[in-house]
Every structure is written in structure tokens, then in C-alpha cells.
Design a protein around this ligand. Structure first.
Ligand SMILES: [Cu+2]
Length: 119
């Protein structure tokens, strides 16, 4: 009985670990072209995007996840958010004047991404 409980507990820990921590770590560097970001299964792909400071960048969100969880993307520290429609590309253009790392998430912070702005 104890082993069953331990096994159950371990699988919960593994699921939580997988869901929260083992996110794809792809990145992309651009100079002005649009970057396509897939919104599906609780992850943004790519979840890490690198841009140069002061360069305008267009993020094109393709939302495949119909759940309400995915419907908003919020750029923390940039004062920008957008409602994402299913079935059409959602483009957001950003131009960040200060280097640093800016998180972008859904409204519940289940979806997580990072915009890395390099000097
Ligand atoms: Cu969410």
C-alpha cells in the first residue's frame, strides 16, 4: 500500500516537473522579420526569442490551443498584451529600448516565454 502511494506521488512529481520545468529552450535571432510562435499544448514554441535592442521585431502567434488559458499573451515589463484568435495569425510588433530579459505569459502564467533583448 505504501509503495502504491509512493509510486503515485512519484508520478505526480514527474508530471509537475515535466509540465513546469522541461520546456523547449529554442531561440531565434532576427533583424526585423516576423518570428512565428506556436501556441499549443501549454507551451510557446519557440519559448525563448532573442532580439537586438532597439530593433523592431514582429511576433506572429499561431494559436492552436482553443482553451481560454491560451487566449491572452502578456509581455511583462513592456506594458503590452494581446488577445490571440484561433485560426488566424496574431501579429505583435515590439521595439524594446532597454536590454534585458522580458517574460511573456498567458494570463494564468501557464504558458511561459522569454524575450531576450541583447545590447
Ligand atoms: Cu493560461
Amino acid at each position: 500500500m505504501l509503495w502504491v502511494n509512493l509510486a503515485g506521488l512519484l508520478s505526480i512529481v514527474l508530471i509537475v516537473y515535466w509540465f513546469w520545468l522541461s520546456r523547449p529552450r529554442s531561440k531565434k535571432v532576427t533583424t526585423g522579420t516576423a518570428i512565428e510562435i506556436l501556441v499549443e499544448n501549454g507551451v510557446y514554441t519557440p519559448a525563448r526569442i532573442t532580439v537586438g535592442v532597439g530593433h523592431p521585431v514582429t511576433l506572429r502567434f499561431i494559436r492552436k490551443d482553443v482553451s481560454p488559458c491560451a487566449e491572452q499573451v502578456i509581455f511583462h515589463g513592456l506594458g503590452k498584451s494581446e488577445t490571440l484568435e484561433v485560426g488566424r495569425p496574431n501579429e505583435i510588433t515590439l521595439q524594446v529600448a532597454q536590454a534585458g530579459e522580458y517574460r511573456f505569459t498567458c494570463q494564468m502564467q501557464m504558458y511561459q516565454g522569454t524575450l531576450v533583448v541583447t545590447p
